[in-house]
Design a protein around this ligand. Structure first.
Ligand SMILES: Nc1ncnc2c1ncn2[C@@H]1O[C@H](COP(=O)(O)OP(=O)(O)OP(=O)(O)O)[C@@H](O)[C@H]1O
Ligand SMILES: [Mg+2]
Length: 369
């Protein structure tokens, strides 16, 4: 038994992607079609990761193909987001890393800016998206306060050009709103604006996009993490924050069934006080071991501990993050964290690829039929 591509495409034209009221072929959602004897494998590409309708449409496609090709056909269908398939505005963005926390003020933005710089120093292409609608801080931390990104027409659409500084492509919600107005935004306005920063910007090729999230675990986070193809999340905590409940809430948010974003690990910030000129001295002002404890409890990893260093705050305020200065002990700590992040992202991608290979193994599919 053998099938032709035309036969399969004709059959798939009967399958509707109902949010758009058109069939999956006309919407150009069918990709990677391969036929080998009676084995047919293909991928359905969805505009966004975690598309709620993905399974329904996939099941419909399977049923339709079986009915048209006969029970002897072995069908295997993979589902991918546009980003995973290398399409769409984020198609060339390989990994999106969200920086989150249960509580505010623990150092998310400090970590996001310095991690972005440390990643870029490894030679990677890095972007930074400040999604903190409550209090965007990247314009200050990158010394770009008052700047406005440029725009460019592309295929009849106006696209935003991220600002480049320190070798990093950066956009912040702070470039588009007046200071202190952000808090008044309703959830839908905020997620629309963020959607534009993701999808209507020319990000180009990036190995890592670091996403600085607003503090907490509200609805806005769900919308954000659900709507965008986040590779993994890092949770920032402080030792005294080990009223574990907040941290656990943040971790649970990413584990949520409709999100399923893997945790890349925890970072303990403000771990101890260390004079920049005497980094061997460690004063554990807020207690010790909290970050490690949370990481163990939640089956994750502590990626690093960052001390309280005056220069970290000063350099953040003056727009020249400390990770830029290789002579500092703090830059070395961020370098170590970046290396662990890269290693965990790679591990996660290998695991993901392995599950995908199992999914498209026709024999694996056969046994469940
Ligand atoms: N390791 C550190 N040593 C010294 N100061 C720090 C350190 N980490 C953060 N800070 C300072 O603490 C303040 C809060 O940090 P930051 O803005 O990064 O936190 P955040 O979690 O992003 O806050 P928010 O929840 O408001 O977004 C800043 O003034 C920052 O400079
Ligand atoms: Mg912040």
């Amino acid at each position: 038994m053998s099938f032709t591509k035309e036969q399969i495409i004709e059959s798939l034209k009967k399958v509707l992607y109902f949010p758009k009221g058109t069939n999956v072929v006309d919407l150009d959602m069918v990709d990677r079609l391969e036929i080998e004897g009676n084995k047919v494998s293909l991928a359905l590409i969805y505009p966004q990761a975690n598309d709620k309708n993905a399974h329904i449409v996939k099941d419909a496609a399977e049923r339709t193909l079986k009915s048209d090709l006969g029970e002897g056909a072995e069908i295997s269908i993979d589902t991918l987001s546009e980003q995973e398939a290398g399409r769409g505005p984020l198609g060339k963005v390989k990994n999106i890393i969200a920086i989150a926390s249960g509580k505010g003020g623990v150092g998310k933005s400090t970590v996001a800016s310095n991690l972005a710089i440390a990643l870029a120093k490894t030679g990677a292409k890095v972007g930074l998206l400040d999604a903190d609608i409550y209090g965007p801080s990247m314009p200050i931390m990158f010394g770009l306060n008052g700047e406005r990104p440029g725009a460019k027409e592309e295929n009849g659409k106006t696209k935003i050009i991220p600002i480049e500084k320190y070798g990093i492509k950066m956009l912040s919600i702070g470039f588009f709103i007046e200071a202190n107005k952000a808090l008044m935004w309703r959830g839908s306005m905020a997620s629309n604006a963020l959607g534009q920063l993701f999808n209507d910007a020319i990000w180009g090729e990036l190995d890592y996009m670091v996403l600085d999230l607003p503090p907490g675990t509200g609805d806005i986070h769900l919308t954000l993490v659900q709507g965008f193809p986040v590779t993994g999340a890092i949770i920032v905590t402080t030792p005294q924050n080990v009223a574990l409940a907040d941290v656990r809430k943040a971790a649970d948010m990413f584990k949520n069934d409709s999100i399923k974003v893997p945790l890349l690990g925890f970072i303990e910030n403000m771990s101890y006080f260390s004079p920049e000129d005497a980094p061997e001295k460690k004063y554990h002002i807020f207690g010790q071991g909290g970050g490690q404890l949370v990481a163990n409890e939640l089956n994750s990893e502590l990626l690093g501990s960052i001390p309280i260093v005056e220069a970290i705050a000063e350099t953040g305020d003056s727009g020249v993050p400390i990770a830029l200065d290789d002579t500092t002990a703090s830059a070395a700590i961020f370098k170590g964290i970046a290396e662990k992040v890269i290693s965990n992202v790679n591990k996660r991608n290998i695991e993901l690829e392995a599950t995908r290979i199992v999914q498209i193994d026709p024999n694996a599919n056969c046994s469940t039929d």
